[in-house]
Design a protein around this ligand. Structure first.
Ligand SMILES: [Zn+2]
Length: 274
């Protein structure tokens, strides 16, 4: 999937990232400085009217496929709910050098952070993998900590990917349509570690949302940052219904597998969960 021209401009992307951050905050998925957002931009974009200050930036890994391409990335410790108030102050713009080995960080004079998010290594690995796999020219990644999903990831039976997906996606007809691959489950790994990065890349190669056990989620979209935040919302809604059902003695039925298969047949959804 690639976005066709005319491409969204820098200010549109900044506003959309702010709106996605606000939405993640509205569903209680961003306590304190938790959560982060990055967007890969595979077309020429001039950052200096918004981000006039420059400094060298060490890429976590060389990325020759991304030579000359750019990212918008939230600053470390910034609150996702506040990005919308002044996106330029809360985000950095990273442009990869023409050889793909180095990068430049462009920032605003109102910059409110010392470093970019410490999760940028995971974000970059996911962006890079998607560009390599699909050749996309746009890719958004959101990390958030939605409470119902995160709570269920502490319960052993939901740590099985088949059990997790068959139980979470049964509560609304839209869920299988929006998450036809379900959620990828990633066992607990230290935040920011190379092991978490590698497991996340694999989970997001075949899913649009990865559930990090005992931590939160990472969601992606090659269409828009709002689409990625929608996916977090759908997954969290499924987890919320599931939690409600648990505390209510599991008296809810959920959609039956044959009902979900009928929805998929009607809407042409290819899925292998039910
Ligand atoms: Zn986190």
């Amino acid at each position: 999937m690639t976005i066709p021209a005319p491409f969204p401009d820098l200010n549109e992307l900044l506003t959309l990232i702010g709106e996605a951050g606000r939405r993640m905050s509205e569903i209680d998925a961003t306590e304190g400085g938790a959560g982060n957002i990055s967007v890969y931009i595979g077309w020429e974009m001039e950052p200096r009217r918004v981000f006039p200050n420059t400094e060298p930036f060490d890429l976590p890994e060389a990325a020759p496929e991304l030579a000359g391409d750019s990212f918008l990335v939230t600053g470390s410790g910034r609150r996702l709910r506040e990005v919308i108030q002044d996106p330029a102050a809360n985000l950095g713009f990273v442009r990869v050098s023409e050889d793909g080995a180095r990068a430049t960080l462009f920032t605003s004079p109102r910059r409110l952070f010392a470093r970019l998010t410490t999760e940028f290594n995971s974000h970059l690995a996911v962006h890079l993998d998607q560009v390599r796999q699909t050749g996309t020219n746009f890719h958004a990644v959101i990390h958030a900590q939605p409470p119902y999903l995160t709570y269920l990831s502490h319960v052993p039976r939901y740590q099985d990917e088949t059990y997790l997906n068959t139980h979470l996606l049964r509560w609304q007809p839209e869920m299988i349509v929006n998450l036809p691959e379900g959620l990828g489950f990633v066992p607990f790994l230290i935040p920011g570690s190379p092991a978490l990065m590698a497991a996340t890349v694999l989970a997001l190669r075949t899913h649009r949302v990865a559930l990090w056990a005992k931590h939160g989620v990472m969601a992606r979209s090659d269409l828009s940052v709002k689409r990625a935040s929608d996916r977090v919302e759908y997954a969290e809604a499924g987890a919320r219904y599931e939690y409600m059902n648990l505390v209510n003695g599991e008296i809810g039925e959920g959609l039956a597998p044959e009902e979900i298969r009928a929805i998929c047949a009607e809407f042409g959804v290819a899925q292998s969960i039910y």
